[in-house]
Design a protein around this ligand. Structure first.
Ligand code: SAH
Length: 250
């Protein structure tokens, strides 16, 4: 049987997944706790990557080298960039790019030295499955969350987007930076801090990767949603439901 890794950056997101794994056993490697167990009949290793590209790359390498995982699925939150990518929507990545990679003028801006490219791809088949699971959860979302939570976060008709996800070692929280990213990378749907690092390591090892992100903010100056409450009441319930729906597919 193949082993699938389920990864999140933040504790609250992974908690929902761990709740679904009744028999998990812990193992600490490189300062991270890895939980091995089962979910919907699959062998699963669940882990918190921590925040940022280096933490993400270490986690990916340990998952592949030490735990022999054959597929990796990342669930988390991200800031929306493209118009129409709103708080409460979901973005499933088709491609990844490190927006803070810049070895110009030796290499073109954003190109990862040694790879001859700036964009890395998500696995098409695993991503199609993740889109199906996300859309299913999307349809059930209002009844799952309840009217009060929907109102509290201004969620109306949450949508599932697919496309470019960009990553960098910065929490993007000013309109100026968000506009600069949109200007440089007009097709970027959302920004976060881990996805493209996972994509580079998964490319190195030939391990399929899929990433889903719930939009928690618009990466701008606008008043922030109550982030802890959003994580608890929206994003983490999303992560759990999407992973459950994904692994239930046969
Ligand atoms: N309040 C949290 C802060 C983490 S937010 C804490 O105290 O732990 C950063 C995480 O959310 C990162 O893992 C990143 O991937 C994601 N993220 C969400 N919105 C983001 C944004 N606007 N810019 C960059 N990363 C974002």
């Amino acid at each position: 049987m193949t082993t699938i890794a389920i990864v999140s950056a933040l504790h609250e997101e992974l908690a929902a997944v761990l709740d679904l794994m009744p028999d998990e056993q812990q193992q600490v490697v490189g300062g991270r706790t890895f939980w091995r167990g089962h979910l919907q009949g699959h062998d699963v290793v669940a882990v918190l990557s921590g925040i940022g590209k280096v933490a993400a790359a270490t986690t990916a390498a340990v998952l592949i080298e030490r735990f022999g995982v054959q597929r990796i699925v990342f669930t988390g939150v991200a800031g929306g960039l493209a118009p129409g990518v709103n708080v409460g929507d979901v973005v499933v990545a088709r491609h990844f790019l490190q927006h803070d990679m810049d070895a110009s003028p030796i290499f073109p801006r954003h190109e990862v030295p040694g790879y001859g490219r700036s964009r890395f791809d998500a696995d098409a088949m695993l991503t199609a499955q993740l889109v199906r699971a996300s859309e299913q959860v999307m349809r059930e979302l209002p009844s799952r969350l309840g009217a009060e939570v929907m109102r509290a976060f201004g969620l109306e008709a949450p949508r599932c987007h697919q496309g470019l996800l960009i990553s960098g070692d910065r929490f993007v929280s000013t309109t100026a930076e968000s506009l600069a990213l949109r200007d440089a990378l007009p097709d970027a749907l959302a920004v976060e801090m881990e996805g493209a690092a996972f994509a580079q390591v998964c490319h190195d090892y030939g391990v399929p990767l899929a990433v889903v992100r719930t939009i928690s903010d618009r990466a701008d100056d606008a008043a922030h949603v109550d982030f802890p409450r959003f994580l608890r009441e929206v994003a983490s319930r999303y992560s759990g439901a999407v992973i459950d729906a994904l692994l239930a597919q046969r």
